[in-house]
Design a protein around this ligand. Structure first.
Ligand code: NAD
Length: 314
């Protein structure tokens, strides 16, 4: 049995599991998934002590929330439930106070609960920084005062915007993705120091670079540039030559980050949950890690454009 560790999320006092359950696959984002398999994955995670579950109305256009709500029935209190607001489709964004409020009401109903533990403004780079600071976050704080939300945060791709908002507004945590894993490590250059100074929690998502660091390889929509994909495929092949599972190596690497409280990995079934739990006590062969860093070095700061041009890091 693999012992799940817990870590305090910034100043929130919440004890989140070091491995968090990313629920975007429950919305069929990585391919079709049966409800039975989705529920089994969630229950296997809960049984093992994973308590952080991250979802959004955007994943499967509400399907992931709906399914997570069903899967957590009767066990809601074992979970730290995190969802988001502001993003509803590929090109549908609304960060207005009115929509934040209606979004939370809808999420509560789909998730079959009366409170959200964490609420993040989802992919903030798709609107102006000022709107997030002056409208969205105050609206989220109001919901917190009403007891519907316990803690609030922001998520998105461009690190500089995340750091800027975290510096200028009161947020409890930041959810960053595809900036800290075997392929890329610019998180600590642009974001972590600001969060550490202010005691803001940090959640790191996509340890597999959205399936790029697995035998199966990335889904078609994965936006990583070609040279990153090539480096990923090389790392996967190298891990296999060392007799290691690339997904486990990749997750293990992220678990060792000194400030991140939880690493969110998207999980499509009970078997993946069980496999990922192995990362908890599978150290990485130092020789393998050294060779991986050599492959990743040329792409270790390579990201892609996301959101409004004024917010993008690229
Ligand atoms: P990921 O890197 O966690 O990869 C997930 C994919 O890898 C899925 O297809 C999953 O089935 C597969 N996988 C998982 N474990 C595996 C294993 N052991 N072997 C082989 N394949 C395995 O990417 P992700 O799902 O995008 O990120 C994790 C979670 O983080 C998301 O589900 C979501 O909750 C969150 N997230 C949030 C944002 C945001 O807020 N903007 C962005 C990205 C991710």
């Amino acid at each position: 049995m693999h012992e799940v560790d817990y870590c305090t999320l910034g100043n929130t006092g919440l004890q989140v599991s070091k491995i968090g359950f990313g629920a975007s696959p429950l919305g069929n984002e990585f391919g079709p998934l049966e409800m039975r398999e989705a529920a089994c994955a969630v229950r296997t995670a809960l049984d093992a002590g994973i308590n952080l579950f991250d979802v959004s109305p955007y994943y499967g256009r509400t399907l992931a929330e709906e399914r997570l709500g069903v899967a957590l029935e009767g066990r809601r209190d074992q979970a730290i439930l995190a969802t988001k607001c502001g993003r509803y489709d590929k090109r549908a964004f609304d960060f207005s106070p009115r929509r934040v409020r209606s979004s939370v009401e809808e999420s509560l109903a789909r998730l079959r609960t009366d409170r959200l533990d964490l609420l993040a403004a989802h992919d903030i780079e798709f609107t102006q920084c000022d709107q997030i600071i002056n409208e969205t976050i105050p609206a989220m704080r109001e919901l917190q005062r009403e007891g519907k939300v316990r803690f609030l945060g922001i998520s998105g791709l461009p690190l500089r915007m995340l750091a800027d908002v975290a510096q200028r507004a009161a947020v409890d945590y930041v959810l960053s993705y595809c900036h800290y894993n075997l392929l890329i490590q610019d998180l600590d250059r642009w974001l972590t120091p600001t969060l550490e100074t202010k005691g803001i929690g940090l959640i790191n998502a996509s340890p597999l670079h959205m399936r790029l660091l697995t035998d199966q390889g990335p889904p078609e929509w994965n936006p990583a540039p070609e040279k990153v994909r090539r480096a990923g495929a090389e790392i996967v092949a190298l891990c296999r030559r060392y007799g290691a599972d690339p997904a486990i190596v990749a997750l293990r690497f992220c678990l060792d980050h000194p400030y991140v409280s939880s690493t969110l990995v998207g999980m499509s079934g009970a078997l993946e949950v069980e496999n990922n739990l192995k990362a908890l006590n599978t150290p990485i062969d130092p020789d393998l890690l050294e060779k991986i860093s050599q492959i990743a070095a040329p792409v270790s700061e390579v990201t892609w454009a996301s959101g409004l041009a004024e917010n993008s890091d690229v």
